[in-house]
Write a protein that binds this ligand. Sequence first.
Ligand code: MN
Ligand code: MN
Length: 452
Amino acid sequence: MTDTVLAGGTVVTAGGSFPSDVAIDDGRITAIGPDLAPDGGEVIDASGLLVLPGVVDVHTHVRLPSNEEPKRFLQDSLAAAAGGTTTFLSFNNPGTGISAAGQRSLLRGMAEFRERTAGESAVDFGLSAVITGQQDDPIAELPALIQAGVPTFKAFMVYDFRLPDAELARAMQVAARHGGMLQVHCEEPSIIDPLVEHALAAGDVGCRHHALCRPASAEASATRKAIELAREAEAPLYIVHLSCEGALEVVAEAKARGEPVYAETCPHYLTFTDALYDDAEESEVIKRVISPPLRSGRDVDALWAGLRDGILDTVGSDHVPDRVAIEKHLPAPPFPEISNGGPGIETLLSVTWSRGVAEGRLSPERVVDVLSSTPAQLFGLRSKGAIEVGRDADLVLFDPAARRVIHEPELHHTSDYTPFEGLEVQGAVRSVLVRGRVPAPGTGTFQERALA
Ligand code: MN
Ligand code: MN
């Protein structure tokens, strides 16, 4: 039996591209090859289009539904679908709307996340739990979370909810022994905190000082430390949102030693430089208050080389659906109080593809690898991330010839701006299937994961 045949497209996988039909039955890919018979099913004309595996975005901070904003999670999941993302992992850090009780305990946080998101997503999704120094005994709860299908955890080396180094090492070790992996935000507070104090004392409270107080050296030094802790703990390590050449070099050294160290970058670090902080308008600079901040042109070039060389493994959005009018708000408070982050769940594929493939920096296969196959593999999404018989039919029909300009009013996300406003991109999502179905409210299901 066949439900659907995608006919006449070009299938792109991490290993190669080839013209082929794709047959789908009961949500899974059942055949890949020429001239597949529809067998009574629907035929979707994919001629002139690429057939990509759906994007797996492993770095988002989607907001939980609340009484005031009951559709917030759903709406960002619809935005993900519109952009070609068929699975996302979300963190449940305090800013996402998790309750105080859910913040104190990993197990309560997971239960609350599952309860509040049930039936609330158009695409498949999962949880990466956040471990903080403000929880009661998070390390004791790690094995139970891993057992329950949440094997990845974000920990921070900076902020008031950071995990002290000794606890970070212990968390890495316990997670690793039970089949889990930490995702670490690497910035060194002993470099950043004095710079912040000095800036505030000097009255330098404007938005741009956020970036000036978070130098690349602080990221490189924390990245080095995290890798050392992981080596001593004999644990795998995933470095989130790597933004600079110095951190990249430390990751390259770890990989050369054969250590299981993985690193992610984000579309904004591949697109913009810190020149944007020179803008005179606070209303523009506040949109770029993110951690780590934007870096130099030399860093941007290094990140592209890192993606080509395999030093960087994935690209994630680090989606934070903050609104300039609400969470960030103007006039801006002193910079340490500005909500960090920016939206990106809907623009991940279009920006990475356009800057990568259309501008000749990466092959189509490499983009599929860093956006779909490797994130699925590293994060234990075994039925995702590839176009293969037996995998979930999470597929994107993509028109590589289309040109468009990214504009906020055309996006579906719950933010009120896009960092990519006015960016002309080549390539457009034409249609998306999640387990063979057109994404709609409630079609997405929670993914219990187990790392390979
Ligand atoms: Mn972070
Ligand atoms: Mn993040």
